[in-house]
Design a protein around this ligand. Structure first.
Ligand code: ADP
Length: 572
């Protein structure tokens, strides 16, 4: 296998390709990074919204109780035990809580009382009379809330420096511990029962729906979830059922509603879809541009490479052809001189000199004709006179004309075809050149035993002409180049055979000009088959092949029998 020599051109091609691939890589990376940052910032935004919302819920619970900050607890115990007027800030706080639909009932107990233990000694606040009324039975939620607050406060009391402290018993109740921080003493507890129906139906559900909108608009689905019961309490988009595998983030409420949390799943929002569409569009444009750029670069490189090879072959050809033109001229000149001087009198020698001059002139003519054919084809000046031609006749005529050459070369010709052979619409003189070049090559590149097989095959849509030899064959790597101008297979055998690499390029040009195509199959040391394919149209498949002056119409005859006819005009 031949490796191309490393040269500056290969280096530049490599640099060009690396530059294109590098730039593309960078662009793809930045496009992805841009898309990812859009996705991440959108999701960060939604997460911050969740955090803000849980803080807002806490604020909603505590804001009606803001008067607790004004409470002076130094005389609180005394005021609560006597019939004295109760502290104004305390009453205001209780009134606000009673009016708020979030809380259903308001209770008070002093620090000594153990409502959960003895089931009594608890007072319910009446906002109408602004007074406290003893209740016999302590509701369970109230008892639980106060007990929990008392336990927590007993730990905190030494370090605590505020007059009140709020504790939530999840979504059931809220307990405010009243404290004399200077004396480090607990003074009592206010317990507010939470109306969970109102909380859920009238506050949380509408609020999250309003904030987060349906998934299609916002790119997020939020579920209010009771994790202790594994129950969804509210959702921002009923069309997306809750599935823990979908959950991308979970947000707890700060110190309240401990059994509940917000779970969220990110879906594709319009912003993200737009960003993805832009990404896909940009990647497609980039991909197409890169393919185009690489294609153009490789195409330019291959074209330059071909031009170089052609120039190299052309230079070789010029040197070669000058020599080839000079040789017959020198022979003709010498023979002519001898004849002109009258030095040759013997009749047989005169004949031999004449034959020499004739043969060399024919060689010269053949070469000049080939050169002219190439020049004409290159200049697009080939004049064709297409007509319906019978290739059986054309081939027979050619073989007849060349019979002396065929005989002298000792070639065995085997011409076979299946009848009927339809006519093809081509320029007959072109066919003569095409066929002649193929036959000449088959003879030139054959071994000692020269054989030419000629087959005409009607495939229905095409008429194929095969020229077969059992010569040296063509190496697979060369087969695609042999139709190029000036191309010759580099081997010692070719070097010993006269030629300029023009014959097959003329075959290709002329065949294509006549609407056909040429192909080759070849195996080294076994032989080659060159196939010329001409299209048959409905008109010329109906054309007739004249045999013995009789017209046989393929379409009309209905004769499906395939007769094999062998013609051997020259055989040695
Ligand atoms: P030329 O024969 O003048 O060199 P062509 O264009 O006719 O030029 O052929 C190009 C090359 O293809 C030849 O040099 C030869 O190496 C190879 N070639 C063509 N025909 C045959 C054949 N029938 N058998 C083997 N090699 C062939």
């Amino acid at each position: 296998m031949k490796f191309p020599k490393f040269s500056f051109r290969w280096f530049l091609l490599g640099v060009g390709l690396i530059a294109i691939i590098g730039l593309t890589g960078m662009n793809v990376y930045s496009l992805y990074a841009l898309h990812e940052s859009t996705v991440v910032s959108k999701q960060e935004n939604q997460k911050n919204k969740l955090i803000d919302f849980t803080n807002e819920v806490r604020h909603r619970f505590t804001s009606p109780l803001n008067d607790r900050f004004r409470l002076n607890t130094s005389r609180f115990e005394e005021q609560m035990q006597s019939d004295d007027e109760k502290p104004e800030a305390f009453l205001s706080m209780l009134n606000n809580a009673s009016e708020d639909s979030l809380f259903s009932e308001v209770y008070f107990t002093d620090a000594e009382c153990r409502p959960c233990e003895d089931g009594g000694e608890i007072r319910k606040y009446n906002p109408q009379t602004e007074s406290f009324e003893w209740v016999d039975q302590t509701p369970e939620e109230v008892s639980d809330g106060i007990t929990m607050a008392r336990t927590n406060m007993s730990v905190l009391i030494g370090d605590y420096r505020w007059q009140t402290r709020i504790f939530f018993d999840t979504h059931r109740s809220l307990t405010i511990a009243i404290i004399n921080s200077r004396e480090e003493e607990l003074l009592g507890f206010v317990n507010l029962l939470i109306d969970s129906d109102y909380l859920l139906e009238s506050y949380l559900t509408p609020k999250i729906s309003e904030l987060f909108r349906p998934a299609e608009e916002s790119g997020i689905v939020v579920w209010l979830h009771d994790w202790t019961q594994d129950e969804v309490l509210a959702s921002t988009d009923e069309s997306v059922p809750y599935d823990f595998q979908l959950v991308s983030t979970t947000q707890n409420f700060p110190d309240l509603l401990n059994n509940w949390n917000l779970k969220a799943s990110f879906t594709e929002s319009p912003t993200i879809s737009a960003s993805r569409a832009t990404l896909i569009r940009n990647l497609s444009v980039l991909g197409a541009t890169v393919v185009f750029l690489i294609g153009a670069l490789v195409f330019m490189f291959i074209t330059a490479q071909k031009e170089r090879n052609l120039a190299r072959r052309q230079a070789g050809f010029l040197a070669n052809v000058t020599h080839e033109l000079k040789t017959p001229l020198a022979v003709m000149q010498a023979a002519g001189e001898n004849l002109a001087d009258g030095r040759v009198n013997d009749e047989s020698r005169i004949t031999s000199y004449g034959r020499h001059i004739h043969n060399e002139a024919m060689r010269l003519r053949g070469m000049i004709e080939k050169l002219l054919d190439v020049a004409k084809a290159d200049a697009g000046q080939m004049v064709l006179k297409p007509e319906y031609a019978n290739l059986v006749d054309e081939i027979n005529t050619y073989l007849q004309n060349k019979r002396s050459m065929i005989r002298s070369e000792g070639v065995k010709v085997d011409f076979q075809y299946d009848e009927p052979i339809p006519k093809v619409y081509i320029d007959r003189s072109s066919f003569d050149t095409i066929f002649g070049n193929l036959v000449e090559n088959a003879i030139k590149y054959s071994g000692d035993e020269k054989y030419i097989g000629i087959r005409l095959r009607n495939t229905g849509k095409h008429l194929n002409v095969d020229v077969i030899d059992n010569g040296r064959g063509i190496p697979p790597g060369d087969q695609k180049y042999i139709f190029d101008k000036f191309y010759r297979v580099e081997s010692s055998l070719t070097a010993n055979t006269k030629g300029h690499g023009l014959g097959l390029s003329i075959v290709k040009d002329l065949t294509e000009l006549n609407g056909g195509s040429v192909s080759v199959t070849s195996e080294e040391n076994k032989g080659s088959t060159f196939t010329i394919t001409f299209p048959l149209d409905s008109t010329n498949t109906n054309q007739t092949h004249k045999l013995n002056g009789e017209s046989i119409n393929q379409a009309e005859s209905g004769d499906q029998r395939k007769r094999q006819k062998s013609s051997k005009p020259a055989e040695t």
